[in-house]
Design a protein around this ligand. Structure first.
Ligand code: SF4
Length: 405
């Protein structure tokens, strides 16, 4: 994440956890399941001398296979699932069915969530209760996948490849073992056991002596290995908003959205604060905003507190430009600049534009997980497994400040 003196993610230095993963891979009794975040596939190639933004999705999968991961899933799948849950929550808030305040704030960026817990605890009810895509995937690995494939969840070691250092904190939140409530008395493990950054994965690939550039493309495993274009653009600022707009339209009208909603250009680009108006028959005009960088978030949160923010839904990412240039992404070959961020973003938009399916609810594996396991968005089971709670950390911050004096 965006690390300043008071780094909200506690991620000022990156902890190298590759050894833990090598150990799990070497243990024949353990099923090692991995997921890859949207932005990792457009960053990893740069560690192997490829041009900025090269999409190496297939090579990344192939490299994970060669390293010995047993099952390879895609976080793009749970990005779609997040949209189903968070989009449903938004529609319920807007229609007054859910007694929670507007604007709804996104909750998939742990740096941002912790920032709210520290500095704006009074806005915690505005945060979507939906877990991040990473945590949803981890939860489902140890429940849905375990049940379908008859694997003991205690023998699953769940790894997440992320563009982000703050995700290392997120997976250790005590709320993130909810998947295994029924195993409470046993030694439960977190839903995501280890988060590796894109750079750490590059290190593993190099240590294993894999010739990355010449790998033939690999394929994700099924069940949770397919994402739509909407899931892919989660990796750049504005992507969650575009994905949510497409789905919200569908959830309210039952129809595919009009062309302007497929490419919601006002929320694209590297500006710190962007906004747009979305018209959805049955709801009317919905005002949305997209923020990247925590300094920009502060200004908007103060506006909400003062009661003069016009928006219904706001996406916030701690890193300027979003996850494509998160704290765990390659940087040596491409120091941070808007040009580099735009090139990485362009690669994600290309994945979306080329995708056969561009709407989260059209994802066949999303239909399957609801039909076979979760019932419906925000069902009792979905609430239990895919939603979470937040805590005020205002006093923690005050305590830390006085310690430092
Ligand atoms: Fe992590 Fe993305 Fe948030 Fe940055 S914007 S802290 S990479 S989740």
């Amino acid at each position: 994440g965006q690390c300043t003196q008071w780094c909200p993610s506690g991620a000022i230095t990156e902890r190298d956890e590759t050894d833990k993963v090598f150990k799990a891979l070497a243990d024949p009794k353990v099923t090692v399941v991995v997921q890859t975040a949207p932005a990792t596939r457009i960053g990893l190639g740069e560690e192997f001398g490829m041009p900025v933004g090269t999409n190496v999705q297939g090579k990344q999968v192939a490299a994970l296979r060669k390293l010995g991961f047993d099952v390879i899933f895609d976080t793009n799948f749970t990005a779609d699932l997040t949209i189903m849950e968070e989009g449903t929550e938004l529609v319920k808030r807007v229609q007054g069915e859910l007694k929670k305040p507007l604007p709804q704030l996104t909750s998939c960026c742990p740096g941002w969530v912790k920032f709210v817990e520290y500095f704006y605890p009074e806005l915690i009810p505005n945060l979507s209760s939906a877990k991040s895509p990473m945590q949803m995937e981890g939860t489902l690995m140890k429940t849905y996948y375990a049940e379908m494939k008859k694997v003991d969840p205690q023998k699953i070691f769940s790894v997440a490849i992320m563009p982000c250092t703050a995700k290392k904190f997120e997976c250790q939140r005590p709320e993130m073992v909810s998947a295994q409530k029924e195993l409470k008395d046993k030694n439960v493990t977190p839903d995501v056991d280890v988060v590796l950054t894109t750079r750490e994965l590059a290190r593993m690939i190099k240590r294993a002596g894999i010739d990355f550039a010449n790998l033939p493309d690999g394929q994700y495993d099924q069940l949770m290995g397919t994402g739509t274009g909407a899931g892919a653009i989660f990796g750049t600022t504005g992507g969650v908003m575009e994905a949510a707009a497409r789905s919200a339209y569908y959830l309210v009208t039952g129809q595919q959205p009009p062309s302007a909603l497929w490419d919601l250009t006002p929320v694209r680009g590297m500006q710190g604060v962007k906004d747009a108006t979305i018209n959805i028959p049955g709801i009317g005009n919905m005002k949305v905003a997209v923020i990247s960088g925590l300094a920009n978030a502060r200004t908007v949160m103060d506006q909400i507190k003062a009661g003069n923010a016009p928006w219904d839904f706001i996406e916030v990412m701690a890193c300027p430009g979003g996850c494509e240039y998160g704290g765990g992404q390659p940087r040596a070959s491409a120091p941070p600049s808007d040009d580099v961020r735009n090139r990485r973003a362009a690669s994600l938009y290309q994945i979306d534009a080329n995708a056969k399916l561009r709407n989260s609810y059209d994802n066949p594996q999303i239909k399957e997980v609801y039909a076979d396991f979760l019932t419906a968005p925000m069902s009792e089971k979905a609430e239990e497994l895919l939603h979470t709670t937040y805590i005020s950390r205002a006093s923690e911050f005050t305590a830390k400040k006085s310690e430092n004096m």
